[in-house]
Design a protein around this ligand. Structure first.
Ligand code: S3P
Length: 171
């Protein structure tokens, strides 16, 4: 059993993933945290020292590693599915679930979060909304390759996501 949670920054991958893992008796891996521990540096520092390109290479490598773990729920980074063949790898090795709340909800969660995210640092509310909409347009073709798409629901519960996955697997 391997589940990948996919979606934009602030969509709730980590919060949902942790709860789902608890309820399903699986381990939860946050890919960003895995990268930080694996490379002994924070995400902002990797961006600063190696640029986005350097970060994406590490992210791909980390994904290849965690895609071999068993009985896990993996919370990916917002950009993970959109680089290299990452989306194909995830679809081949597990159940991909796209969590897609509306832009307002994403913006609220990003601006209230304590996590430092280099791609949105220093943006005003308006700039953030524009960035989310523009980036989603580019990323949606990747995100939408997920096996399960949960869009337009802003407050998904871990239980309901689990039910959806279970129903799909029976069909
Ligand atoms: C990114 C999202 C972040 C992190 C990095 C880049 C992105 O993860 O991987 O800052 O490109 O959307 P979260 O989605 O967990 O915030």
């Amino acid at each position: 059993m391997r589940i990948y949670l996919i979606g934009f920054m602030g969509c709730g991958k980590s919060t949902l993933g942790r709860k789902m893992a608890e309820l399903m008796n699986l381990s939860f891996i946050d890919l960003d945290k895995y990268i930080e521990e694996r490379y002994f540096r924070t995400i902002p520092l990797i961006f600063e020292e190696e640029g986005e390109q350097g970060f994406r290479q590490k992210e791909q490598h980390a994904l290849q590693e965690v895609s071999q773990f068993e009985n896990v729920i993996i919370g990916t980074g917002g950009g993970t599915p959109c680089f290299f063949d990452n989306m194909e790898l995830m679809n081949r090795t597990g159940t991909t679930v796209y969590i897609s709340p509306d832009t307002e909800t994403l913006a609220n969660r990003i601006s209230h979060s304590r996590t430092e995210r280099p791609l949105v640092t220093g943006k005003s509310r308006e700039e953030l909304i524009d960035f989310i909409n523009q980036t989603l347009e580019k990323r949606n073709p990747f995100y939408r390759q997920s096996k399960i798409i949960l869009s337009g629901q802003n407050n998904l519960s871990a239980k309901s996501v689990i039910e959806t996955i279970k129903n799909l697997e029976i069909l």
